[in-house]
Every structure is written in C-alpha cells, then in structure tokens.
Design a protein around this ligand. Structure first.
Ligand code: GLV
Ligand code: GLV
Length: 323
C-alpha cells in the first residue's frame, strides 16, 4: 500500500480520504504549532510514495533524494510553490501539485479586510480605544479614507487578483487599473478596468496597490524604494502574496517618512521574522500569513492536496500539476 508523509497536522478531510484509500498515512504530529524540523522531513520522507508538504518547509534536492526511489508526488498544501524546487523535481521525475482555486475567495476576502482596515484605521482605532484614549467624540478623530470612488491598482491578474478587483469594482465602486503579462479584454469589459503595461505606469495612478504575483526571481523586491516612491503619498500598499516581493526595509522607511499613507501586509520578507521597525509604526496592519486561514478553506485545501496525491498514485494526471 502507498505510504504518505504529511509534514504537519492539517485539517483532516484530506487525511481521511487518503486513509479511506487504504494508504498508510504518517502525520508529523510533533509539528502542530511549530515548523517541521529538517530532520523530521528528511526522516519522514524516506520510503514514501507521496509527500504532503506545507509552505514552511524547503523541499529541495536533498529532501527529494531522501524520498527516492519511491517518492512520486509532492503535494504542496498552498497555492504558492516557491518552497519547492521545481526544476529539480522535474529532473527527478517527481510530480509537484498545489492547491489553487479553493482559496481564491478567502484570500480575496482577507485582502479586502486589510484594505478596509487600513483605510478606516481599524487596528489603530482598536488600540486607541483599548488604551483608554477615547475621551470624547471628535469631528477630526482618527479620520480615514473611503474606498468608494478610489482607484485600485492590481498587480497580477490571476485568480486572486481578479477576485479582489471584482469586490472592489462591484461592491465598492472602485476604479480598477491592472498590470499583468497577459491582459484580459473580457475582464476589462466586465470591470470597466484599465490595463497598463508596466507597474511604473500603475503606481502613480493608484490609491490602493494590491500585489497578487507569485514569488519568482523577477518579482523579488518588485516593490523596492524606487517603486515605493512612485506611489502617491496618499496611497496604501496591500500584500497577501509573498513577503520577499516587498523590500521590507524600504517599506519601513516609506511608512516612517510618509512616502505613502499606509500598508497592510500578511506576508514577510524573512518569515516568520518581521522587520522590527514595522512593528512600532501606526500606519501598518500586520497579519501572520493567515489570508487563506478559514476553517472551510483549509479543509478544501486538505481535500485538494489528497485528491492530487490519489490521482498521481493511481497513474492519472493530478488536477493541479504545477508545470
Ligand atoms: C499561502 O500562502 C498559499 O500559497 O497558499
Ligand atoms: C492564485 O490562485 C492566483 O492565481 O492568484
């Protein structure tokens, strides 16, 4: 019977599917509230047919070699797969899958929650109230910014970027501009959106900039000091994609020196470390990489990862094969 190693305990729907198949499923229970250690991963992957990994593990040549010759599929429990070395997996003939689609709405909702919260200063106002600073209603107390009528700049029009744009256009009457290697005439028509060829054209026009690109060599530090300076001083930056896309030191400076109005980020350049300067600033909201973290979605991701494993081990093409 096929053997599966799951690097950290995940919601159980997918685990049950694998067990129902009669597979031997070993879950690394020790890593419930911490990352799996390198030793646990290297030992766990030995002799298995499938590795169910999460984004806190680096799945590189050493891990793959430890799993060979039996390892056939790596099912990454995430839509992002920058933690897996794809070229090496290809070379070693190991399939890699991810969990797109099922988390699109959840991540888009979290992105929107961040946008609304930073614009309406929700976290700051909450801290203010708890600290006993609310002594009188004030005509100018904690004034924020409306989303309605503003321009959202979407960087990367994948599933999540499109969904965020939809909420913005249909729900909040925002104007959409976007940049992506592949423009979509259909999307432009539906959302009344405007395409710009480069991020340099987008940044000076947007009141909110939301990042939805994968982490690649070409997107690392996409938002550096130079580009942060191209944003309006009244604009906000939101990131629910991958941390290293923003130069975090530059962001801290941009916020401290008011090059931009604010930022709301769910991902960090040196995760789980957060650049200390950011934590003392009022004009940033920080969430700990939880944009896909709802009960429903984490179960659906579990089902999808299991489905990918089952399809691969039964000799079919898994639905979410990463190419
Ligand atoms: C989370 O960051 C994911 O890629 O699913
Ligand atoms: C991820 O699901 C994306 O395409 O944005």
């Amino acid at each position: 019977m096929p053997k599966i190693f799951v690097t950290r305990p995940i919601p159980d729907a997918g685990i049950k599917m694998l067990q129902d198949k009669g597979y031997e499923v070993v879950v690394n229970e020790a890593a419930k509230d911490r990352v799996a250690t390198r030793e646990e991963v290297l030992a766990g992957v030995k002799g298995v047919d499938a590795l169910l990994s999460v984004l806190t593990e680096k799945v590189d040549a050493e891990v793959m070699d430890a799993g060979l010759p039996t390892l056939k599929v790596i099912a990454n429990y995430a839509v992002g797969f920058d933690n897996v070395n794809l070229p090496v997996a290809k070379e070693k003939n190991i399939a890699v899958t991810n969990t797109p689609g099922v988390l699109t709405n959840t991540v888009a909702e979290h992105t929107f929650a961040l946008m609304l919260s930073i614009a309406h200063r929700i976290s700051e106002a909450d801290r203010f109230s708890r600290a006993g600073k609310y002594t009188a209603w004030g005509p100018q107390l904690l004034l924020g910014t409306d989303l309605s009528g503003k321009t959202l700049g979407v960087v990367g029009l994948g599933r999540i970027g499109s969904r965020v744009a939809m909420h913005a256009a249909k729900g909040f009457g925002m104007k959409i501009i976007y940049t992506d290697p592949k423009p979509s005439a259909e999307f432009e028509k539906e959302m009344g959106a405007e395409y710009v060829a480069t991020i340099e054209e987008l940044l000076p026009k947007a009141d909110f900039v939301s990042i939805h690109v994968p982490l690649l060599d070409s997107t690392r530090h996409l938002m550096n000091a130079e580009r942060l300076k191209m944003m309006k001083p009244t604009a906000y930056l939101v990131n629910t994609s991958r941390g290293p896309i923003i130069d975090e030191k530059a962001l801290a400076q941009a916020l401290a020196e008011n090059w931009i109005q604010g930022a709301a980020i769910d991902v960090f350049e040196f995760e789980p470390d957060i650049t200390p300067e950011l934590k003392s600033l009022e004009n940033i909201i920080i969430t700990p990489h939880i944009a896909s973290a709802t009960l429903e979605t984490r179960q659906l991701m579990s089902v999808l990862a299991a489905t990918n494993i089952i399809e691969a081990l039964e000799g079919r093409t898994p639905p979410n094969l990463v190419k």
